[in-house]
Write a protein that binds this ligand. Structure first.
Ligand SMILES: NC(=O)c1ccc[n+]([C@@H]2O[C@H](COP(=O)([O-])OP(=O)(O)OC[C@H]3O[C@@H](n4cnc5c(N)ncnc54)[C@H](O)[C@@H]3O)[C@@H](O)[C@H]2O)c1
Length: 461
């Protein structure tokens, strides 16, 4: 089996062999680390966890207790870990307001970072810069508000992204912005980003706010996944099923056989539906209402590409891509929201965007427009949905090893695969873990966000 689980990462396979890895190191070539991915029954972390705190204000939350409850052995400081390398380092910098606090952060974090284990986790908790204030008179001219406090909080962004690029051995570095009143809503994001489910998430910043009152959790949650017959959609169905969800697998009639196979494998159900058909929104809404009493989450994953330079792009290539990738999620969501009983209370929506949608890509004006459009869709809908106790977010995958990327010409494929801090393509399961987490009841404090699952890819970083 290839080390990446994909047959054509020849370089990755070569490096995985002892002599190949040693030769690559000597030549200064990238040595992609083997990532530790989630497997049932494995230890939560690869070593003890430490929770550090900048400043003297009370901590944002009892992170140490959450980590311990998730199975971590939490030690008071890096030295208390004995000779063990650290599985997770969490730094609560929410109270940092002065440059001296940043200096303290460096002092605390540097020795711990040096001692992180392979596939370790570094997580910085920061405040929301726009919420920093009210401290007039202190620091930078009080008349302007707490300018120094905001600058210090923004500084965390650069620090975390740089640290992600310096991390080795599959260690990831991320930032959680803790909004006022987030409280318990922070727990699930902390657990996710410290876990092996987030193996391909690094260099990211995510905002966490207060979660609405939780809706009653049904015995078996029901989640719709469009484009579930193969690739990332099939992986999403598998991860959701692993987590006890009934998955309604949707795909075009032409993919019916593959779809039935996936639905059987995950003990879910299959619904053949072209999401662009005029009748699709009503058919899906009625199916969910009648058969399940509403869906707990909908994953808009179905997507297509028709790459061509802008001047050579014909109407069909434009319409197909915009129709599947953007118009269908808009129309389906509109109908689901206006059909009583199609969505369960507290429902979650997750859209599959793309880092190419955030950054743009040559030959992909149609695709990037559709994927950037989904980000706008998520941001516009976040507020109104939050008022209904629902949440919508996007996941933006980077280079993922799928038949889509396997079909790329060899040179751009190899460049794309290595151009991230983790120096390899992600696997469909990496995207699936992030989607399943955002669709889970615990993720209620994350709303209107775009989570990149890209190993900190250089594109649009
Ligand atoms: N593979 C990557 O590297 C990558 C990177 C960024 C984003 N994405 C996004 O992730 C999603 C999944 O990508 P993938 O690589 O698994 O793609 P894929 O081509 O392997 O699978 C897409 C699925 O969507 C289905 N589909 C297409 N049109 C449909 C329609 N009209 N109605 C219902 N189903 C339809 C297809 O039949 C297929 O099963 C897409 O939205 C894609 O844009 C993928």
């Amino acid at each position: 089996m290839a080390r990446t689980g994909f047959p054509d990462d020849l370089y990755g396979d070569l490096i995985a062999s002892g002599p190949g890895g040693a030769a690559a190191k000597r030549l200064g070539l990238p040595v992609p680390p083997r990532l530790r991915r989630y497997a049932p029954g494995q230890d939560f972390l690869t070593g003890p966890a430490v929770v550090l705190r900048v400043g003297t204000a009370p901590p944002a939350a009892d992170v140490a207790a959450w980590l311990a409850a998730a199975g971590a052995h939490v030690v008071a400081d890096p030295d208390a870990a004995g000779g063990d390398r650290l599985g997770a380092v969490v730094v609560d910098a929410t109270a940092a307001r002065r440059l001296a606090d940043l200096a303290q952060l460096r002092e605390l974090l540097a020795p711990a970072f040096r001692r992180t284990a392979r596939s370790g986790r570094v997580l910085v908790l920061g405040a929301v810069p726009a919420e920093v204030g009210g401290d007039a008179g202190a620091g930078f001219a009080g008349a302007f508000g707490d300018v120094e406090g905001r600058a210090v909080q923004q500084a965390l962004e650069g620090l975390v992204r740089s640290l992600g690029k310096e991390a080795r051995g599959g260690t990831t570095v991320n930032l959680l912005r803790v909004a006022a009143g987030a409280g318990e809503a922070l727990r699930s994001p902390v657990e996710f980003l410290c876990s092996s489910r987030a193996a391909f998430v690094s260099g990211q910043s995510l905002l966490v706010g207060p979660a609405p009152a939780p809706a009653p959790v049904r015995e078996r949650r029901v989640v719709v996944v469009t484009g579930a017959a193969r690739g990332i959609g099939a992986a999403i169905a598998e991860v959701l099923a692993r987590d006890g969800v009934h998955v309604v697998c949707v795909d075009v009639p032409a993919a019916g056989e593959q779809l039935a196979h996936v639905a059987n494998r995950v003990r879910g159900s299959a619904l053949t539906l072209d999401v662009t058909a005029g009748t699709a929104p009503r058919a899906l809404a009625e199916h969910l209402r009648r058969r399940f009493g509403g869906a707990d989450a909908v994953v808009h994953n179905a997507g297509v590409t028709r790459d061509r330079s802008f001047v050579n792009l014909d109407e069909a290539a434009w319409d197909t891509v915009l129709g599947v990738n953007l118009a269908a999620p808009l129309r389906l969501t509109e109908q689901l929201l206006s059909t009583d009983g199609a969505l369960a209370p507290g429902a979650r929506l997750v859209c599959l965007s793309s880092i190419n949608g955030l950054a743009g890509a040559k030959g992909q004006t149609n695709y990037a427009a559709s994927k950037a459009g989904l980000v706008g869709f998520v941001q516009a809908l976040a507020g109104p949905l939050a008022e209904r106790g629902m949440a919508v977010n996007a996941v933006a995958p980077g280079f993922i090893e799928t038949p889509m990327t396997a079909a790329m010409p060899p040179v751009p494929r190899e460049v794309g695969r290595r151009a991230s801090s983790l120096q390899q393509g992600g696997l469909p399961v990496d995207v699936a873990e992030a989607v399943a987490w955002l669709a889970s009841p615990g993720a209620g404090g994350v709303v209107g966000q775009v989570l990149r699952v890209c190993g900190q890819h250089v594109t649009g970083a």
